[in-house]
Every structure is written in C-alpha cells, then in structure tokens.
Design a protein around this ligand. Structure first.
Ligand code: G16
Ligand code: MG
Length: 217
C-alpha cells in the first residue's frame, strides 16, 4: 500500500495570501516594513518563527509575553479570512487527485505546520478525504525536521519508503527527503531543486502519474 502526504498551505489551498494580510496588519502596527517578497520566507514556517522573522526585519526585540499577544492578534485576524473560506478555495486539480489516489488504494494524510489545519479542512469540505491529519498541534519540531511526515506515515500505517509527499516549501522538501519519502514539489523547479519531481500545480499532472513517482537516483 502507498501513502500520500499533502502539505496544506500552497498545496491544497492558497492561504499564504491571508497569512500575508494578517502579518502585514501587525507589522504596520508595530512599525515594521513587510513586503510580499518578505512573505516568501514565512511559507511552511511555524507561527512563532514567522513572528521572529518579522521582528528581525524591524530590528525589534520583545518579551515572550508581548510575542504571545502579537501571535494571538495575528491569528485572530487570520481566522477572520479563514471563516469565509469554502470549497472553491481548493486549488485546481487537487480534488481529482485526492479522489483518484483514494480510489486506487492509497492512504491519504495531511502533514502541515499550521495549527488551523483542521479548521481549514472543515471549511473547504475535504476533511472526509483524509485518513489522518497531522498538524502544528501534533509536532514538537518544525520542518525541515521530518517529524510531521514521520507521524503522518505512522498514522496511516504505511512504511516511510512507500510514502509520497506533496510540498510547496523548501523546508518541507528537505523534511520529506530526510524521511526517505518521494518528494514532490508543487511550485517552481528552480526554488524546489532538491525535490524528486516538481509540478507547477495539480492541474498540470495526470492523477495516474502520481501513483508511480519514485525517488530520484
Ligand atoms: C502553514 C504556512 C505558514 C504558517 C504555518 C503556521 O504551513 O505555510 O506560512 O506560518 O502554516 O500556520 P498557523 O499560524 O495557522 O499555525 P503549511 O505547512 O501548511 O504550508
Ligand atoms: Mg506549504
């Protein structure tokens, strides 16, 4: 049996635009210039690390208590956007791929850094398509540590070497590679150069192809 582990943001949905708007609001409030280019550094990275990057950009130091308050504030803003999400936000080609892989005996798991992953799966109506969900609430080490994918493989009962990971971030590809899984980059080949395979999106690949991808030699 094969396992297929999906990252959430940048693979299933484009929530990066909502993370950006929410971080931008906080950054402006605390006087940090934060651009859409800076936002690239936040992809696949935990909430706490994201705040640290923004504080570094503005050369700001803060107490743990202040950081907690800013993270809560940003998350409340972000959840405002998430509350308006629906099935239409699932990226092109993702639903056919999920259905095809399930119908052909694949086990499906989510492997995301987000603590809001379950809520987003509910809002977009795709929770029933997952056999396991591992997210930012379940792991202690963030990507590029492979913990999130190792846990996901264990939860679907598939050996790590029989799992394929779909990821849009460099850290996530590194995590999949160190777990001995087939790494599939969703995005630009130039950025995701360590991935075994790269596709611009699920709409660009036939679902049948996903079943037989192997580790690059
Ligand atoms: C996602 C995003 C990151 C975000 C992280 C934590 O990870 O790519 O930008 O910082 O989740 O999100 P939250 O604040 O909702 O816990 P992934 O792994 O799904 O790409
Ligand atoms: Mg991602």
């Amino acid at each position: 049996m094969k396992g297929f582990i999906f990252d959430l943001d940048g693979v299933i949905v484009d929530t990066a635009k909502y993370h950006f708007l929410a971080w931008k609001k906080l950054a402006t409030q605390i006087g940090v210039g934060f651009t859409i280019e800076d936002n690239e550094r936040l992809k696949g990275v935990s909430r706490a690390r994201s705040l640290d990057i923004i504080l570094e950009l503005g050369d700001i130091t803060a107490t743990d208590e202040q950081k907690q308050q800013w993270m809560t504030q940003k998350n409340e803003e972000y959840l405002g956007y998430v509350s308006r999400m629906g099935t239409e936000e699932v990226l092109p080609g993702v639903l056919p791929a999920l259905h095809f892989l399930r119908e052909n005996g694949g086990k499906i798991a989510l492997g995301s850094a987000s603590k809001n992953a379950r809520l987003i799966l509910e809002k977009t109506g795709i929770m029933p398509l997952f056999d396991a969900v591992v997210d930012g609430n379940d792991v202690s080490a963030a990507k590029p540590d492979p913990e999130v994918f190792v846990l996901a493989a264990a939860q679907i009962g598939v050996p790590q070497g029989d799992c394929t990971v779909f990821e849009d971030s460099v850290a996530g590809i590194e995590a999949a590679n160190s777990a001995g899984m087939v790494s599939v980059g969703i995005g630009e080949a130039e950025t995701l150069k360590d991935a075994d395979h790269v596709f611009p999106g699920f709409a660009a690949v036939a679902p049948e192809t996903l079943l037989s991808l192997s580790v690059k030699h």
